[in-house]
Design a protein. Structure first.
Length: 112
């Protein structure tokens, strides 16, 4: 089965990752706020509806940028000047081939 390639450049935001003195090339990824949570999917319990926190976002990026290999000091930087800490991350495969990487990221306070 052939899977379509995700066009991150068409709808994504220009970003790069830095980790100490290393920086990736600029690439495109999706960054969307995590606004609501109605379930705790790990334990399947209902929770109160509401904001998860405006500073938390979902990152979906190309499969060749392996965020899980970076240190805890790694930062996701956007072209608009926002900086995010990277939390949970996972590479998603389909048919044995990497399709994308997702992560939970959190907006860093201004000045950090």
């Amino acid at each position: 089965m052939k899977y379509p390639k995700i066009d991150f450049k068409k709808y994504g935001e220009s970003v790069y990752v830095s980790d100490g003195s290393w920086s990736s090339e600029v690439y495109y990824a999706y960054i969307e706020p995590l606004r609501y949570k109605s379930r705790m999917y790990m334990v399947d319990d209902l929770t109160q509806l509401g904001y998860y926190g405006e500073d938390y976002c979902l990152y979906i990026g190309p499969p060749d940028i392996l965020l899980e290999k970076l240190t805890l000091n790694a930062v996701l930087n956007t072209a608009s000047g926002k900086k995010y800490n990277i939390y949970k991350t996972e590479q998603i495969c389909a048919g044995g081939k990497p399709v994308y990487v997702w992560a939970i990221i959190r907006l860093m306070p201004a000045g950090d």
